[in-house]
Design a protein around this ligand. Structure first.
Ligand SMILES: Nc1ncnc2c1ncn2[C@@H]1O[C@H](COP(=O)(O)OP(=O)(O)O)[C@@H](O)[C@H]1O
Ligand SMILES: O=P(O)(O)O[C@H]1O[C@H](CO)[C@@H](O[C@H]2O[C@H](CO)[C@@H](O)[C@H](O)[C@H]2O)[C@H](O)[C@H]1O
Length: 468
């Protein structure tokens, strides 16, 4: 029989959320940090933290692994079997990935409903007042999971189980809490969260935030899917302009601009707003230039645009001090949901590759604006590359339509954003926006070259305007 460590190694290596794929790693250890209360006889639901050590550096990472232990095999969740090993209480146990198990998820939801009184040892459940959880609801694991695992409870609540975890404040929870308490209509309300409270012997707080429970947006449609549908509509009507087809997206783009400005205003009211001095702005320009230099090694096709990009970063370097505040940090159409009550913005975790402390650092609002504008450029180009039918108009016509869709929605979004902020796009903001757009486009070139080489032409075409 294989051991628990061997079974877990095999299972973690295959998991969608495991970020170490392709690198040499071993499972350095697994620590049980707590157990969900009230499990029936013959069942234990444990939250375990697996430490993954890499041999290509001295780095290690922690992954959260909630496991359901059963004395009897459970055919209903056979697909989620991690392995069989001995448990000190149950004896021989069948062990399953708990996020697939309705019984385990029911125990988790019940623990949330009891709040701090359900807390055990290092596990601390928190709930915000004002919402009664539906304990009769069944759990469903979202199939599109990426960096984390999301479990819906009927149409009442959604729990995001963070997989890669680090001590410190998780921005997704902190920002949802602030925006929920501020009454923002542009986020799914936060219902609660789970902490692993780990007081170090030296008195420092090494709390790890394990899960977030929030309102389930029942009527939500993904902003990216809606944008693609609008583009297909336009391409199907070869003789009509973007403002003449039924699926025109511009009013939605404008609503998104207003929503983002309102979210930024709420964040500015509840997190520190600071001035980044001239030296820090120069550092930012240097960092962007450094990313360009590194990107040129990965994507030589960027070379014709390098001079124009450097000039954009030089203009940023000359700006002097700029205002920064808490922002989303990783915004694109895939992070927006359209509900019957308007747009919601999700996933305030920031860029997963950055350390937590850095993700909570104030930044310029123009980073988020640039992220959305890049998405308005991507949507029509993606449809051109992937979704054209045999009767579609010729390529030149499609290219024209793509640019039209992109600039129409970009303008509508930007106009609504600046109107809601109460100030137009001045010179300083224009310089910042241009620099963030350039930096994101360079990042995308590397991302596409590595992940979707067929889409590399999208960021490269966008850089066409800065051609040498
Ligand atoms: N409150 C919600 N209600 C319904 N669907 C949601 C909600 N929050 C996020 N989603 C959807 O769940 C999926 C995962 O959400 P996300 O926060 O992006 O997770 P991850 O951190 O794993 O990328 C996305 O498809 C998103 O659109
Ligand atoms: O995984 P994340 O959501 O943090 O972001 C990564 O993946 C995104 C792709 O899903 C990628 O976004 C790029 O492609 C999108 C279309 O698939 C497009 O809407 C975005 O504008 C474009 O940047 C993102 O760059 C990457 O970090």
């Amino acid at each position: 029989m294989t051991s628990a460590l061997e079974d877990l190694t095999a299972w973690i290596g295959e998991a969608r959320w495991f970020g170490g794929k392709g690198r040499p790693w071993t499972l350095a250890g697994v620590r049980r940090v707590g157990e969900l209360p009230d499990a029936p006889e013959g069942v234990r639901v444990a939250i375990e933290i697996a430490e993954v050590a890499y041999s290509d550096s001295d780095e290690s990472e922690l992954y959260q692994v909630p496991l359901a232990y059963y004395r009897e095999p459970q055919d209903r969740i056979g697909h989620a079997l991690v392995g069989e090993w001995d448990d000190e209480e149950l004896g021989h146990a069948w062990v399953y990935d708990a996020v697939h198990d309705r019984q385990a998820m029911g125990l988790w939801l019940t623990a949330f409903s009891h709040g701090e009184s359900a807390s055990r040892g290092e596990l601390m459940f928190h709930v915000l007042p004002g919402h009664e959880l539906d304990l009769e609801s069944h759990s469903t694991l979202f199939s599109g999971e990426q960096s984390n695992s999301s479990v819906a409870f009927g149409d009442d609540a959604l729990m995001k189980v963070f997989r890669k975890v680090t001590p410190g404040v998780n921005p997704d929870i902190a920002i949802h809490q602030v925006l929920t308490e501020a009454g923002s209509t542009h986020v799914a309300a936060l219902y609660g969260w789970l902490d692993l409270v780990d007081d170090e012997s030296d008195g420092t707080d090494a709390t790890i935030q394990l899960a977030m429970l929030q309102q389930f947006l029942r009527t939500a449609s993904d902003g990216w899917d809606l944008a693609l549908a609008s583009v297909r509509n336009l391409y199907a009507e070869a003789d009509l302009h973007a403002d003449e087809v039924g699926g025109d997206f511009a009013s939605e783009a404008a609503r998104l601009g207003t929503a983002l400005a309102e979210v930024h205003a709420d964040l500015a009211a509840h997190f520190p707003v600071e001035q980044r001095d001239a030296a820090a702005v120069a550092d930012l320009a240097d960092a962007m230039t450094g990313r360009l230099d590194a990107a040129l090694d990965v994507v030589p096709d960027l070379a014709p645009y390098a001079t124009g990009l450097r000039e954009t970063y030089d203009a940023l370097r000359a700006l002097g001090s700029v205002e920064v505040q808490q922002v989303h940090g990783d915004l694109h159409l895939g992070q927006t949901l359209r509900t019957s009550l308007g747009w919601k913005i999700v996933d305030f975790e920031g860029e997963p590759a950055k350390p937590l402390a850095e993700r909570l650092k104030p930044d310029s609002v123009w980073r988020d604006v640039a992220g959305m504008i890049r998405s308005f450029d991507y949507a029509p180009r993606v449809v051109s590359l992937t979704g054209l039918g045999p009767d579609s108009p010729e390529a030149g016509q499609i290219d024209y339509r793509a640019s039209e869709w992109s600039s129409r929605n970009r303008s509508a979004f930007l106009l609504a954003y600046t109107e809601q902020r109460g100030e137009g796009l001045g010179e300083q903001a224009g310089t910042l926006l241009a620099a963030y757009l350039a930096d994101k486009t360079v990042y995308e070139a590397v991302y596409e070259a590595r992940n979707r080489p067929g889409w590399l032409s999208i960021p490269l075409a966008a850089l066409g305007g800065t051609h040498d």
